[in-house]
Write a protein that binds this ligand. Structure first.
Ligand code: ATP
Ligand code: MG
Length: 420
């Protein structure tokens, strides 16, 4: 679990701000749901034979004896919220949220036990048009952020019925090679053989590569859904690759699945993953409603931003206020608050905690401010403040207190203009 330190926050805020604007542009509304849910919700939504439910959940019993879990992903909670708040009833919703998720995984670079996801869900939309738009939207996100080293992989998992037929073929295939399966895969052969395809064990890759393909066993409707998606993506101009072995780690997906991967982050190469979950809401006890969505790993996206050197510089102060003398120190806070009232767009940093002139000017310099405002006892006695540009050779000027805040505004404009 990580601390995000002030030195890293510019990248996070830039990412979050860009995501928020983009989602708003596409008509998505923010929803905020609890971090803790009943354990049963995740078991039902994600599936018992998944890595997440089998071994990664932070589960505890509360004082009332209920089993609760820190959410390992957001979709289940958002769907629970839609059901329990009566949001369905044939209505359609485009929702998003951001926040921490918790999985007890083996920590490594790009894989943490608390990590942030941006989660996006469109519910009530059955067609492939929304699938394509979600992918176009993520492609636009990378463009807005200046992230280039990402690729889109897509696949279709078909309907549950088609998957059942395929599942039997797959089980027969893996049974024929049972001696070569690792222990995880042997266990999954009973519970969820499709998940064997998602194995990260290098020794399993050869036998996986030769397994029958789900894409060869799609039902006609899913085939058509997928073909329309591919055509729409081509029409929009979103580059993609069909990856018939993309199955995704959670059980609730149907038809479309997709994943944005990168070659810039080493082994943890998935930055954004999602898909369609037409059966999930009914499975959770809501009225049957189709859904599609994705989750983006924020730490990984932030790392891509940093690598691409697309993090905007951290915001600096505009004006640093130096106070000199007992009367000035007492008058400073009131004067600066009135300046903040008058110039809400200007960032003032008032020198706090004393310090001699030299110390205060060193702080002023480090603050990045373009202008120092000097409140001194002598100046106060004459009814003025002094101002000095910090980023250029220019002499100190004075401004009558009665002429504030306009005097500061003009001096700042001059100091910033010369600086630029
Ligand atoms: P992976 O294959 O890397 O384990 P996943 O299939 O488990 O990913 P999802 O559950 O689909 O991932 O989560 C969506 C995104 O969240 C991933 O694409 C990834 O960017 C991010 N993510 C998942 N698990 C972690 C983690 N432990 N630490 C950091 N980011 C993560
Ligand atoms: Mg995982």
């Amino acid at each position: 679990m990580n601390d995000v330190l002030p030195a890293q926050i510019a990248a996070w805020q830039h990412l979050e701000g860009t995501v928020r604007d983009l989602l708003t542009d596409y008509g998505y509304e923010e929803i905020r749901v609890p971090i803790v849910e009943h354990t049963e919700l995740f078991k039902r939504a994600i599936g018992e034979f998944t890595d997440v439910v089998e071994k990664e959940m932070y589960t505890f019993t509360d004082q009332g004896g209920e089993s609760l879990t820190l959410r390992p992903e957001a979709t289940a909670g958002v769907m629970r919220a839609a059901i329990s708040n009566g949001m369905l009833r044939g209505a359609r919703h485009k929702l998003w949220c951001i926040g921490p998720m918790f999985r007890h995984e083996r920590p490594q670079k790009g894989r943490y036990r608390q990590f942030y996801q941006v989660n996006v869900e469109a519910i009530g939309f059955p067609g492939p048009d929304v699938d394509a738009e979600l992918m176009a939207m993520t492609a636009r996100l990378w463009r807005r952020l200046g992230i280039e080293r990402v690729k889109l992989n897509i696949n279709s998992l078909g309907t549950p019925e088609a998957r059942r037929v395929y599942r039997e073929k797959l089980v027969a295939y893996f049974r024929g090679h049972e001696a070569r399966l690792d222990s995880d895969s042997k266990r999954r052969l009973e519970g969820n053989p499709l998940r064997i395809l998602d194995s990260k064990n290098p020794e399993m890759q050869e036998i996986i590569a030769a397994a029958p393909l789900l894409t060869d066993h799609l039902d006609p409707e899913s085939r058509e859904h997928f073909d329309t998606l591919c055509n729409t993506l081509q029409d929009i101009g979103v580059a993609y690759e069909v990856n018939p072995r993309l199955v995704r780690g959670l059980d609730y997906y149907t038809r479309t699945v997709f994943e944005w991967t990168t070659d810039a982050l080493g082994a943890q190469d998935a930055v954004c993953s999602g898909g369609r979950y037409d059966g999930l809401i009914a499975q959770l006890g809501g009225e049957s409603t189709p859904g599609v969505g994705f989750a983006m790993g924020v730490e990984r996206a932030v790392e891509l931003l940093v690598q691409a050197q697309r993090v905007p510089p951290a915001a600096a102060a505009d004006v640093y206020v130096v106070v000199n003398g007992a009367r000035a120190t007492a008058a400073g806070p009131g004067l600066v608050e009135r300046l903040r009232d008058g110039l809400p767009q200007v960032r003032f940093e008032l020198n706090l905690g004393g310090g001699n002139f030299k110390t205060q000017f060193r702080r002023a310099d480090r603050s990045g401010a373009a202008l120092a405002l000097i409140i001194g006892d002598d100046e106060l006695a004459r009814g003025v403040v002094a101002m000095k540009p910090l980023r250029q050779e220019a002499s100190q000027t004075e401004c009558p207190i009665a002429a504030l805040p306009a005097g500061v505004e003009a001096a700042l404009a001059l100091a910033s203009r010369r600086q630029g």
